[in-house]
Design a protein around this ligand. Structure first.
Ligand SMILES: [Mg+2]
Length: 457
């Protein structure tokens, strides 16, 4: 795993110290001696993680962090604050500024590497989602990505898995105002509860009398439904080795007892914020992909989808020596429908046509809006004779009952012309197949409309 780490510290010797250690682990290192340079580097370069000194003249680390986190262009870059003192108040201030993690000077080597690696992993997940969302080049996606996803007014649903009653009661009290907390005292029951409910974070105590909390962490990480669920470990002093193992297994954060309420709520908030951001990003990617292949008006697939799948269906039919047919339908005199009843009326007709079309094709058929009032249906495993019957059934279905349009449900007569073509044995191609269907459609139109023409194979 390689990544670009930005080290920010006003003292050159400190920068050098971290740089050497990161270079030894084959990280790429960028450096800055003040906050302004750090922000500029983040805006311009591809920074994966920022290691940020808190105490700096002019602009301190809190301010730098706050500015990075409030700019949509840099808000997804993980920031690790480096504090000179192990002061809880500093950590809380940093987390409130949006920091993702903390290290205290002198920086422990193993902790530095584990933290940096775990944040790089998380960052690459976010990057992949951002990339997928932006490469679809859909209008509105830029806006979606830059939207402030933080919805901090709703309390997160959190699960605490801890068998010690006193500890449970303390945490319940601490989170009374900041989370909807459920409790599982049995680790096995807790695992199922975590998998069955949409929690936004799970807190796991390390102090089970006869159960290894890390086993639970690894089970949660390997289950699809909980793979992205943030896990925070509640550990005891002296359990550093266990925490490091946990970080390697993919836990997101930890707290050492005695737990400070401010630190708990601030760290929880950070985890929830990050999860919500990634969830939204994931949902917007899925939505964008759907928008890219579905026709918004009719809900049928669009031309882009047809273009990318027709060749696959064609190749499959050829390879398996199975028939394949295509029909192109075109609504008759659609322009005059638009002229007479307006575009809303025209849209009603297209929607109703799509509904009747869908009713008359099979699940394995690919029905698409090709553009305007033209629709294409690809029918695998269907020879010309059967395809012609299907086309005739669709034509009759359109002509037999008028279409209701507008809010008053005015009824108008609609007819459709259909061209059908089928895969030829020997040399044939997608382009030739479509061309024959197009010619058949042209014949249907010039022959008087409201009819089916099939190009004999
Ligand atoms: Mg300093």
């Amino acid at each position: 795993m390689t990544a670009r780490i930005l080290v920010v510290d006003d003292i050159p010797a400190n920068v050098r110290l971290l740089e050497v250690r990161l270079l030894a682990e084959y990280f790429e290192v960028l450096t800055a001696n003040n906050g302004a340079d750090a922000i500029e580097t983040c805006e311009n370069g591809k920074v994966d993680v920022v290691l940020l000194d808190v105490m700096m003249p002019d602009m301190d680390g809190f301010e730098v962090c706050k500015r990075l986190k409030s700019d949509p262009a840099t808000s997804h870059i993980p920031v690790v604050m480096i504090t000179a003192l192990d002061q809880v108040s500093d950590r809380v201030r940093g987390l409130e500024a949006g920091a993702d993690d903390f290290l205290t000077k002198p920086v422990n080597d193993l902790q530095l590497m584990t933290r940096v690696k775990s944040l790089v992993r998380l960052k690459s997940l976010t990057d992949e989602l951002r990339l997928r969302a932006s490469t679809t080049r859909n209008i509105g996606i830029e806006e979606l990505l830059s939207r402030d996803f933080a919805t901090e007014d709703t309390k997160p649903r959190v699960l605490l898995i801890d068998e010690r009653r006193s500890s449970v009661e303390r945490i319940q009290k601490m989170l009374r105002n900041s989370a909807e907390l459920d409790v599982a005292t049995d680790p096995h029951a807790g695992f199922f509860q975590a998998a069955e409910t949409a929690y936004e974070c799970v807190l796991i105590s390390t102090a089970f009398s006869d159960f290894d909390a890390l086993r639970l962490c690894s089970q949660l990480r390997s289950l699809d439904r909980t793979r992205f669920l943030p896990i925070m470990l509640l550990a005891d002093e002296g359990e550093e080795g266990r925490i490091l193992r946990g970080l390697e297994l993919g836990i997101n954060d930890y707290l050492i007892r005695p737990i400070d309420q401010h630190e708990l709520t601030a760290r929880l908030r950070t985890q929830v914020r990050r999860k919500r951001y990634n969830d939204q990003l994931r949902a917007s990617v899925a939505q964008t992909i759907e928008m890219a292949v579905i026709d918004g008006l009719t809900g049928l697939h669009n031309r882009r989808y047809l273009d990318s799948h027709l060749q696959t269906l064609f190749d499959r039919a050829v390879a398996r020596r199975r028939p394949l047919s295509v029909m192109i339908t075109d609504l008759d005199r659609f322009k005059s429908i638009n002229d007479t009843h307006g575009h809303d009326g025209g849209d009603d007709v297209l929607r109703e046509f799509a509904r009747r079309l869908r009713k008359n094709v099979r699940g394995i058929d690919l029905a698409c809006r090709f553009g305007g009032e033209e629709f294409v249906v690809v029918m695998p495993d269907t020879d010309g004779a059967v395809a012609e019957k299907v086309a005739e059934r669709i034509r009759a279905e359109i002509a037999q009952a008028p279409f209701a349009i507008g809010s008053d449900g005015k009824a108008i007569e609609v007819t459709v012309s259909v061209g059908v073509s089928s895969l030829l044995k020997g040399t044939d191609s997608v382009a030739a197949l479509m061309k024959r269907a197009d010619l058949a459609l042209y014949e249907a139109k010039s022959g008087g409309r409201n009819r089916v023409v099939a190009k004999a194979a």
